[in-house]
Design a protein around this ligand. Sequence first.
Ligand SMILES: Cc1cc2nc3c(=O)[nH]c(=O)nc-3n(C[C@H](O)[C@H](O)[C@H](O)COP(=O)(O)O)c2cc1C
Length: 253
Amino acid sequence: MIVYFTGTGNSRYCAQMLSDRLGDELTDSFHFIRDGVGAELASQRPWVFVSPTYAWRLPRIFMEFIRSGHFSGSREVYFVMTCGSEIGHAAGGNRALCAEKLLCYKGTMQVVMPENYIALYNAPEEAEAQKIVDSARPTLEKAIDCISAHRDFPAPTAGVVDCLKSGMVNPLFYHFIVKARPFIASDACFGCGKCVQNCVLGNIKLREGKPAWGDRCTHCMACICFCPAKAIEYGKASVGKPRYRCPPYRQNE
Ligand SMILES: Cc1cc2nc3c(=O)[nH]c(=O)nc-3n(C[C@H](O)[C@H](O)[C@H](O)COP(=O)(O)O)c2cc1C
């Protein structure tokens, strides 16, 4: 079973392609995470967890989803991690998670997709994003070959810097950078509530017709990138930057 988490659609795109090509079931973790319900899933096919990379590791909320879930049937687990540039030594944490859950770790595949982190960096414009998505497909093909043959993913090479990023820097990133406070809605906001619906942590409420953020943000960038009025900003950091949404996956591409 292919189980995914996504903020802006890159990981959904990859999960859909894997599901389509492997003929395997697709499950979105959104409602489990949002409702705080532990997953109870069963599959005789390998587990494939697909997710973005947050500070060179799996996003904390997705890690917690896996940790608290019950995955019965197959013991084999693959991780496919989408990223803007690199996943550092995320594989170390994924292997440890499998050991904790008595699952058989089959590897972590890095898939470079368009950058979505507009609170810190720039996202590409549409045409450039499409090129990046197209060039990710051969890596996904490799993943599909390995999974269908029950073969381990090729072992990634990780140096000292990668270990530092995924190790020491990751908790510092959550502590100092991941804050909802800078999010604001401009006068362009017409109170449609899309941001409320899209927030995986249920962290946004409408107050007097405008979004208000609580303190449970994970910086997935869904609220800001899917706002139909482009009314949400992350302080000054996002002003003038393109909003990013992954183009849809089409079968038989
Ligand atoms: C909070 C946050 C942290 C990120 N950290 C990394 C990172 O460590 N390395 C990287 O290459 N990309 C990083 N990115 C970029 C995303 O991992 C990448 O764009 C991903 O494909 C987005 O997937 P999604 O569209 O499924 O949410 C980060 C993005 C966000 C929002």
